[in-house]
Design a protein around this ligand. Structure first.
Ligand code: ASP
Length: 636
C-alpha cells in the first residue's frame, strides 16, 4: 500500500469506542455504538457505549446538558446511539483498569438515538450468563455482539488472513472452484441441487474441491490454494457441520516430504501470526507412522502434550522360550491368541478407591474392553493388585518396572486383540489426561501421522476400499504389493498383499484432534489401473465416477500432492474451543437447521413446478423450537 489506510472515523464518529486515552483529554470527540450498560444517578447518567473496538464511558450531566440528559434518561440497553462531547480524565479513584479507555470518559453535549432496540432475549453484556444455544443461534446477531463471539470471529479472520499471506508469499495462486459441480465423494452423502435448465438432473455441492484441484495441477497452476467451502451430508457431531471451510492446497512436482515440509512451515507461520502467545511444543513436528502412533498412543490422532504412552507388557509375561506363562489366564490367552497385553500409568492415582477403579473399569468396558486389570504402587513400593496372586510378586514387580510406575501411581492393563487393546487404552489415556489435568491448555502440540494403510477390506463389496482418497499414491517400496493373489486384477481377495500396502497419506494433528490430511496422488495410469482394480473398479467404471480427472490425466498430469486443513477446527482449537460452532458466524444446529433463517424450508410451489419436482412423503419441520423473545426477557 502506498498511502496509509483511512482511519475508522465516519460521519457518525471521530473515534471508535476503544480508542480514547488520556492524551485525548480536552479534545472534542464523537462516538457511535450500542448501550452496553446504563446507570442513572439522577443528576448524572452514565452510559457505557460499546462497539467492536471497545467500551467507553459517557457521562451526561442534567445541569449542563438538559436535552442530552433527557434523551439519555429514556435509552435502554442495546439502543444505538450517536454521542458528542469533550474527553475528560475520570475523577481519581473512578478509573477502570479493566478497560483500555478506563482512564477517561466522554462528557456528552449531544446524545442522539440512532435506533431503538427491543429488550434482548438474553444478556448481551454479561459474558458469564448461561444461554441456551438454540436461543443464541436464533438471535445470532445479538450473540455476535457479545465480546466472546467478537473475539473468536476476529481470531478466525486473522487466521484466514495469515493463511492467505503465507501462501501468497510462497508462490501459491488462490483459485476459486465452483460449488455447483458433479459429485466429489469424500465418504459422505452429497447435497444436491436440481437443475432448472436441464430437468431431471442435479448438481452436487462439493464434499471437497479434490478433483478440481488435481485438474488445476494438470492445468499447470503449480501451486494452488483456496479457502474452500465444503458440504457433507452426514450426522452432525460437536466438530461437524453440514457445510464447513477447508484450507485446500495442491502442489506439483512434489513428493511426500515436500508437501509435509511446506504444510508444516505454513502451519507454524500461521499459528504464530494468529496466536503469538501460544507456545508451539515441537517444531519440526514429530512425524509418527500410523503404526507407531497406534502402538505408542493407541490413536491415529495422538495428543502429544503429555506422555502416558502405552507399554507392551508381553516381555514381562513370557518365559525364556517366549511362551506366555504369566499365571494369569486372561493375559496368557490373549498373547497365545495373537493378541496384546498393554498398560498405561495414571500418575498419582495409586490411592484410587475401589469405587474409582470400578468406575474406570466401567469406562474401559464402554470403550470396548472385556475388563481392566490394575496394580497400584503403594508407599514403600509394595504393589496392591487383585491379579498379583496369579502373577506372583516377581512378575508383578517386573510389570511395574516395565511401565516405569513409581510410588503412588496406578497401572491399568488391557488384554485383547491388538486393535481393541490399542483403542481402549488410547481412549483411556485421553480420559485420564482430562481427569488428571496433565495437558497444558495453552500449548499447541502439532504432529504428523503418516503412512496409513492404503486399503481396508470391504467384505460386502468383495474389494479393497481406499482408506482415504482413491487417488492416493502408495509408499514406493510397497508398490509391488499392489497385486491380487489370484493374479487377476479384477478378482481381489482378503488375502491379497495389498492389505499390507501403505499410502503416501499424511494427517496433521493438533492436541489430539485431526486438523487435516492429504496425500501424494497417483498420476501414472498403469498404477492407477492397478489401484482401481483392487478397489473393485475397472477404468471404465472409474471413468463414470471420476471421468474428468481421468480424462485430464491423459493430457500430461505432473506428479502432484496436497492437503486440506479444517479451518473451523483450527480456529476453534486456537480459540480454546472444542465445538466448531463457536467460531462460525452462522452455524447449523445438531439437526442441520438454521433457527434464525428458518432453513431448511419447503420450496415455494412455483419452484416445484419450475424444477419438475414433486414431494412424496410427510414434510418434517426442522424441530428447533425457539421460545418467543417476550417469554424469556431478562430485566435490563
Ligand atoms: N480432499 C481431501 C479431504 O477433503 C484432502 C486432500 O487429500 O487434499 O480430506
Amino acid at each position: 500500500m502506498t498511502d496509509p489506510a483511512p482511519s475508522l472515523a465516519t460521519p457518525f464518529r471521530s473515534h471508535t469506542c476503544g480508542e480514547l486515552r488520556v492524551d485525548d483529554e480536552g479534545s472534542e470527540a464523537s462516538l457511535a455504538g450500542w448501550v452496553h450498560r446504563r446507570r442513572d444517578h439522577g443528576q448524572l447518567i452514565f452510559l457505557d457505549v460499546r462497539d467492536r473496538h471497545g467500551i467507553t464511558q459517557v457521562v451526561v450531566d442534567r445541569t449542563d446538558q438538559p436535552a442530552a440528559h433527557a434523551t439519555a434518561s429514556r435509552v435502554r440497553n442495546e439502543f444505538v446511539l450517536g454521542l458528542r462531547g469533550r474527553v475528560a480524565r475520570r475523577l481519581p479513584g473512578t478509573e477502570n483498569p479493566r478497560l483500555p479507555t478506563g482512564d477517561v470518559e466522554l462528557r456528552a453535549t449531544h446524545v442522539t438515538v440512532l435506533n431503538e432496540a427491543r429488550t434482548p432475549p438474553f444478556y448481551v453484556n454479561d459474558p458469564d450468563a448461561p444461554i441456551d444455544e438454540t436461543l443464541r443461534l436464533k438471535y445470532r446477531y445479538l450473540d455476535i455482539r457479545r465480546e466472546a463471539m467478537q473475539r473468536r470471529l476476529l481470531l478466525r479472520s486473522r487466521l484466514v488472513q495469515a493463511i492467505r499471506e503465507v501462501h501468497h508469499a510462497s508462490g501459491f495462486i488462490e483459485v476459486e472452484t465452483p460449488t455447483l459441480i458433479k459429485s466429489t465423494p469424500e465418504g459422505a452423502r452429497d447435497f444436491i441441487v436440481p437443475s432448472r435448465l436441464q430437468p431431471g438432473t442435479v448438481y452436487a455441492l462439493p464434499q471437497s474441491p479434490q478433483q478440481l484441484k488435481q485438474i488445476l495441477m494438470v492445468g499447470g497452476i503449480d501451486r494452488y490454494f483456496q479457502i474452500a467451502r465444503c458440504y457433507r451430508d452426514e450426522d452432525l457431531r460437536g466438530d461437524r457441520q453440514p457445510e464447513f471451510t477447508q484450507l485446500d492446497l495442491e502442489m506439483s512436482f512434489v513428493d511426500e516430504a515436500a508437501v509435509m515440509d511446506f504444510a508444516e512451515w505454513m502451519v507454524v507461520e500461521v499459528s504464530r501470526a494468529t496466536t503469538p502467545e501460544r507456545p508451539i511444543q515441537d517444531a519440526p513436528f514429530p512425524r509418527l507412522t500410523y503404526e507407531e502412533a497406534m502402538e505408542r498412543f493407541g490413536s491415529d490422532k495422538p495428543d502429544l502434550r503429555y506422555g502416558m504412552e502405552l507399554v507392551d507388557l508381553a516381555p514381562a509375561l513370557v518365559d525364556d522360550e517366549g511362551t506366555p506363562a504369566s499365571g494369569f489366564r486372561v493375559f496368557d490367552e490373549a498373547l497365545t491368541g495373537g493378541g496384546r497385553v498393554k498398560a498405561i500409568v495414571a500418575r498419582g492415582m495409586g490411592g484410587a478407591t475401589r469405587r474409582e477403579i470400578d468406575d474406570l473399569t466401567e469406562t474401559a468396558r464402554r470403550f470396548g474392553a472385556k475388563g481392566l486389570a490394575w496394580a497400584a504402587v503403594e508407599p514403600g513400593s509394595a504393589i496392591r493388585s487383585p491379579i498379583a496372586k496369579f502373577l506372583g510378586d516377581e512378575r508383578t514387580a517386573a510389570i511395574a518396572e516395565r511401565t516405569g510406575a513409581a510410588e503412588g501411581d496406578l497401572i491399568l492393563m488391557v488384554a485383547d486383540d491388538a486393535d481393541t487393546t490399542s483403542d481402549v487404552l488410547g481412549r483411556l489415556r485421553v480420559e485420564l489426561a482430562g481427569r488428571l489435568g496433565v495437558a497444558d491448555p495453552d500449548v499447541l502440540a502439532y504432529c504428523w501421522v503418516h503412512r496409513f494403510p492404503m486399503y481396508q477390506w470391504d467384505a460386502e463389496g468383495g474389494r479393497w476400499d481406499a482408506t482415504h482418497n482413491p487417488f492416493s499414491d502408495v509408499v514406493p517400496e510397497d508398490e509391488p504389493l499392489l497385486v491380487t493373489k489370484s493374479g487377476d486384477p479384477a478378482r481381489p481377495s482378503p488375502e491379497d498383499a495389498a492389505g499390507q500396502a501403505r499410502a503416501l497419506q499424511y494427517d496433521v494433528v493438533l492436541n489430539g484432534w485431526e486438523l487435516g490430511g492429504g496425500s501424494v496422488r497417483i498420476h501414472r495410469r498403469d498404477l492407477l489401473e492397478r489401484s482401481f482394480g483392487l478397489q473393485g473398479y475397472s477404468i471404465e467404471q472409474m471413468h463414470e465416477r471420476f471421468g474428468a480427472v481421468l480424462e485430464a490425466f491423459e493430457y500430461g498430469a505432473p506428479p502432484h500432492g496436497g492437503i486440506a486443513l479444517g479451518i473451523d477446527r483450527w480456529a476453534a482449537l486456537l480459540a480454546y474451543q472444542t465445538n466448531i460452532r463457536e467460531v462460525m458466524a452462522f452455524p447449523k444446529t445438531q439437526s442441520g437447521a438454521d433457527p434464525m433463517l428458518e432453513a431448511p424450508a419447503p420450496p415455494a410451489p412455483e419452484q416445484y413446478a419450475e424444477l419438475g419436482l414433486r414431494f412424496v412423503g410427510t414434510p418434517r419441520s426442522t424441530g428447533a423450537t425457539i421460545p418467543a423473545a417476550s417469554e424469556s426477557q431478562p430485566r435490563p
